[in-house]
Design a protein around this ligand. Structure first.
Ligand code: FMN
Length: 215
């Protein structure tokens, strides 16, 4: 099989990113870009991000998860702590997350350390989820091999039965991670592949060093 994609070519021309205009704290710039992308309404899930972990097999692995909160401290998402990513993070908390917002020709790449959030925060978020999602968290051992679709469907049915008319608690192995950033790179597509790249790096004195990178 062969398909040549060398004609796929797009000019990036929408915006620019000037070092002289960026704020001292990258979370402020993240917030600005996020609000702009939300307001533009042309990206369906702007909170979808790719997270890569270094796996137990020595390979990096990317997958998409949903950002559920950001604060001055960092970025929070929820998952199964015993999943492949959960086990990878337990061994090596260094992760990389990235966003690509094609409507705005923007990419953000964040390196940081993941840590479990406080249990009451996970409880609060779990509580806010629809019952179907809560049951799914119990019915599926994320990342484990399953013999068939039927096995999954039966597991969900059994879980529905078990929690009929009673409150569905949060499984102990399900909760949030906070990713505390060490470096955040903002990429703005520009003409002639001369893109703007501004990288923030956290220094030992907790100030952010800001540098422009070549595209
Ligand atoms: C748009 C989208 C959103 C997703 N959101 C989440 C999420 O918030 N949490 C999660 O655990 N998995 C989410 N997933 C599924 C993950 O990509 C992945 O399949 C799952 O977490 C298992 O990954 P692992 O086996 O590498 O641990 C999402 C997938 C997509 C495509």
């Amino acid at each position: 099989m062969e398909k040549d994609l060398s004609n796929y070519r797009k000019a990036y021309i929408k915006k620019e990113l000037r070092k002289s205009e960026v704020p001292e704290n990258p979370m402020e710039l993240f917030q600005k870009w996020f609000y702009e992308i939300e307001a533009s309404n042309n990206i369906e899930e702007p909170n979808a991000m790719t997270i890569s972990t270094l796996g137990l097999d020595g390979f990096p692995k990317n997958r998409v998860v949903l950002l559920k909160k950001f604060t001055w401290e960092g970025f929070i998402f929820y998952t199964n702590y015993l999943s492949e990513k959960g086990k990878a993070i337990a061994l090596n908390p260094n992760v990389c997350i990235s966003f690509f917002w094609h409507g705005a020709e923007q990419q953000i790449i964040i390196k940081g350390k993941a840590e479990k959030v406080a249990e009451n925060l996970s409880d609060g978020y779990f509580e806010s989820r629809p019952d179907g999602s809560k049951l799914g968290a119990w019915a599926s051992n994320q990342s484990e091999v399953v013999s068939s679709r039927d096995t999954l469907d039966l597991s969900l049915k059994a879980t529905e039965e078990k929690y009929k008319n009673i409150e569905i608690p949060r499984p102990d192995n399900w909760g949030g991670y906070l990713i505390k950033p060490k470096s955040i790179e903002f990429w703005q597509g520009r003409a002639n592949r001369m893109h703007d790249r501004i990288r923030y790096e956290l220094q030992e004195n907790f100030e952010w060093k800001i540098e422009r990178l070549a595209p």
